[in-house]
Design a binder for this molecule. Structure first.
Ligand code: SF4
Length: 130
């Protein structure tokens, strides 16, 4: 099991060792789409979207990382996310053609630019880039 590589325990019906799956990353991971207070539409279900919604935080507030899970977001899906971000102030990371990009309030963009300048990782999560 390693980030960016399909887990070898995955079968057609899902996880083949679900009852005994490891604590990290499996039990610790919390999918943003499944959350009881998920703001995301049904069409954003990761198996439909091909993108995994990983919860993270920025300045103590909700933020998301939309991690590659087989494809990039379409223009329509990305527009939905950008509208959502403008309405809620919640920033998000996403991937396009293997590049990680961010979208959110100006202060978020400045924070990320500072992190890049200082060589600090942009986010912490269980799901790694491709
Ligand atoms: S829950 Fe964990 S062990 Fe099971 S398929 Fe997913 S990553 Fe693999």
């Amino acid at each position: 099991m390693k980030p960016g590589v399909r887990c070898h325990f995955v079968r057609d019906g899902g996880c083949s060792i679900y009852e005994t799956r490891p604590d990290s990353p499996c039990r610790q991971f919390s999918c943003g789409w499944v959350d009881s207070d998920s703001p995301f539409p049904d069409s954003f279900k990761p198996t439909e979207l091909g993108v995994i919604i990983v919860k993270t935080t920025w300045r103590g507030h909700a933020a998301y990382r939309l991690a590659y899970g087989g494809r990039d977001l379409t223009a329509t899906e990305l527009e939905w996310m950008m509208n959502f971000s403008r309405q809620t102030g919640r920033p998000f990371f996403y991937e396009q053609a293997g590049e990680t990009l961010g979208y959110g309030p100006q202060a978020f963009i400045e924070d990320m630019q500072n992190k890049i300048l200082r060589g600090i990782p942009l986010f912490e999560s269980h799901a790694a880039s491709r």
